[in-house]
Ligand binder design. Sequence first.
Ligand code: ARG
Length: 433
Amino acid sequence: MTAFVRNLVDTYSFRPGSSGCPVTGHGPVRTVHGTVSFGPVTRDVPSPRHDPVPAEPSPSDPPANDPPSVWLPDAVEFLEQFYREAGSAVPYEQRLAQVRDEIVATGTYRHSRAELTFGARVAWRNSARCIGRLYWQSLRIRDRRHLGSPAEVAAECAWHLRDATRDGQIRSTLTVFAPDRPGRPGPRIHNEQLIRYAGYPDPEPGGRDPVLGDPRNVAFTNLARAMGWQADGGPSRFDVLPLIVTGAGHRATTGLFDLPKDAVLEVELSHPEYPWFADLRLRWHAVPAISNMPLVIGGITYPAAPFNGWYLNTEIGARNLADAGRYNLIPEIAELLGLDTSSPRTMWRDRALVELVHAVQHSFDQAGVRMADHHTESDRFLEHVARERAAGRGCPTEWSWIVPPMSGGLTSVFHRRYDRPDPDLRPAFLPPK
Ligand code: ARG
């Protein structure tokens, strides 16, 4: 190992717990006047975030969480970038004057479709933790800026999933809802992803695991249950969580909505060589769709802007199903493989991990659901870095998130350095609030 690589390893020996890369409570789907409504647990409850209103506020005081006016230099910086990289039939000076006047009059401005599309794509390009950025220009934008009520947002999230999933031919997609405006915060999706599995901290006594389902989602599951949610058919290991959405505005309500079944594609896992693997009855959802990262473009914040890509094999096989703090399947699989688990030196963990990721890749491939593999995606990422360089741009990158969580040194991305991430770079997807 060269000193350079050793340094990298030392610097990055701590790997963050999850990826932020730029993507059914099984209630029956009822069709009302041709539109899909949500299952029986749909309800509105007072928002814990915005209520209660402080006692006797002065009528002239804006609420404490009132979104600020857009800062003109943020808008100008974005417009300059937009005109430099994309261009427009509207002359720059004219657009600039328009935006300035709008900000002076209303405290904010409205992006054109082209600006919104460009801004969202560049926010992806700027995501230092994402290995899939070669495709940044292919992001599809669903413009739903006119929507801000919990029910509308939830229904459109389901349409987002249908639109992006396409029976496995997954497309990178982003739906953008109402932005923050002075006097009116935008809506907010509380789920970290549109599709996540529940975690129940109270499984049968004497069982193997302290949590039934995904331990990562215990707090969210508790919140949903406190709001009256219950999985169809009772708690199980892979219950799709409901959406919890707070509407736009200061006195907004928060609603809980089951995702219709037809919006959620899942893949049952099997192994090409071990028939017993299917008996574990493992599964994972096809589409990763991040839903709690605000999108910021030109000074405007879109707090609800869920986006998805497609999965990389290791995200599921080497993290979600393998991490000791997640589904923790390595010991069980090692046992079923008949490996000697008496010492770490038999490499039983490593061998079980390879077979788990292999099963994930095999199952998605068999099901015709788009999934990347870590070797190919590493090479593509380096192609992206080279293209960005050729375009005269850097490519901010977090090494520890880009290098896959298995066989790191076998992949091309391991063996080099990258441009340092800049937290102030815009447009951007911001860390969840
Ligand atoms: N790592 C996250 C998960 O396993 C998904 C993050 C986004 N991933 C993606 N391929 N776009 O659910």
